[in-house]
Design a protein around this ligand. Structure first.
Ligand code: ACO
Length: 316
């Protein structure tokens, strides 16, 4: 046995709130359409001057303070994102300086879209096994407003900005997170062309194929994580789903017969924040006391790539 436990979480939340009513003034949509199709009522957006790095710093500082972990105890810092402030240096490198992490801390960004935070948890578990300092800082952060076309009603109502952070410790006597990661190379249904076509470059998403992919993959991923861990649904205290669409979550809950009260989310006030979605929800659940010390949560992400990722996390 060897693995991770979660010691602390934190959030970086932008100041602007965009409501469905606000979108109805921008594009041909309505609060009724958005809430019934997605479960989203509002989402956050960075105001001028708010940055990806700023959100990460706020989330990281909170998580480290709550964990009672100082910068010199961190051995690995991974930021999962597809919307960093710069292509290089990585946000994690900027955090090394701003947080005062040691210079031999492994610092890099990782892009696995909405699966990014769970990909980063697995990466941190592997790297911390070999590191001299056994605490890891894992962040999921996005400023999706930078790549959102606010004239496209099919995508603009879905996305929000934010950052969530987690401080984890690796120990030989801690349980593995039993991560299940996957990817089905798909460059058609969900993409941001980026530097290949110059700027501005916006999210292109074919909603229905991505929806079908998620409904197929999410229950499979949860089942595989539980099989790997030798656990049943009843052994998990909370399921933390990527908040992309409430209907996708409801279908997975139904298919696996999960207790709905263990699957509540925050999509109504966050929207889809891609890599930030799972850690933002995790932090909200910890702050609300909905998950507590010694409890076990199963995190699952899915999205661009097309990727998926699931993992179990125990609270220290
Ligand atoms: N308001 C009003 N009407 C709209 C809107 C809107 N905001 N957006 C689309 N419509 C219209 C369409 O134009 C279409 O009209 P038509 O029938 O006249 O052509 C109709 O509504 C139905 O459109 P669909 O795209 O078929 O709607 P659907 O029920 O599939 O919902 C949605 C769209 C919400 C995007 C859904 O497909 C979805 O959630 N897909 C999965 C998204 C996801 O999980 N992404 C995860 C990863 S994201 C990432 O990695 C960054």
């Amino acid at each position: 046995m060897s693995g991770l436990k979660l010691w602390g979480t934190g959030s970086g939340v932008p100041s602007e709130i965009l409501t469905n009513e606000g979108f109805a003034k921008l594009v041909d949509t309505s609060d009724e359409w958005i809430t019934t199709r997605t479960g989203i009522s509002s989402r956050r957006r960075c105001a001028p001057g708010e940055t990806h790095t700023g959100l990460c710093l706020a989330a990281a500082r909170q998580a480290m303070e709550r964990a009672g972990v100082s910068p010199d105890q961190i051995g690995v810092c991974v930021v999962a994102t597809l919307t960093p402030d710069r292509l290089t240096p990585a946000t994690a490198c900027v955090l090394q300086k701003e947080l005062g992490l040691e210079e031999d801390t492994v610092c890099f960004d990782l892009n696995a879209a909405c699966s990014g935070f769970v990909y980063a948890l697995h990466t941190a578990q592997c790297l911390l096994a070999a590191a001299t300092r056994k605490f890891g800082l894992v962040i999921g952060a996005e400023v999706l407003s930078r790549v959102t076309d606010y004239t496209d009603r099919g995508t603009c109502v879905l996305f929000g900005d934010g950052a969530g952070a987690a401080v984890l410790e690796w120990r030989e006597d801690y349980p593995s997170i039993h991560a299940v990661l996957g990817c089905r190379g798909n460059t058609e249904n969900l993409l941001i062309p980026g530097v290949a076509v110059g700027v501005p470059s916006y999210i292109h998403m074919d909603g229905q194929p991505v929806f079908r992919f998620a409904v197929e993959t999410v229950p499979q991923c949860i089942t595989q994580v539980l099989e790997r861990a030798g656990l049943g649904v009843e052994d998990v205290d909370r399921f933390v789903f990527h908040q992309a669409n409430q209907r996708i979550i409801d279908m997975a809950v139904k298919k696996l017969n999960l207790p709905p009260e263990k699957c509540t989310g925050n999509i109504d006030h966050t929207g889809n924040t891609s890599a930030a979605s799972v850690p933002l929800l995790l932090d909200e659940l910890v702050r609300d006391g909905a998950v507590r010390r010694g409890q076990r949560v199963l995190c699952v992400g899915f999205g661009g790539g097309l990727t998926w990722a699931g993992a179990l996390l125990e609270l220290a």
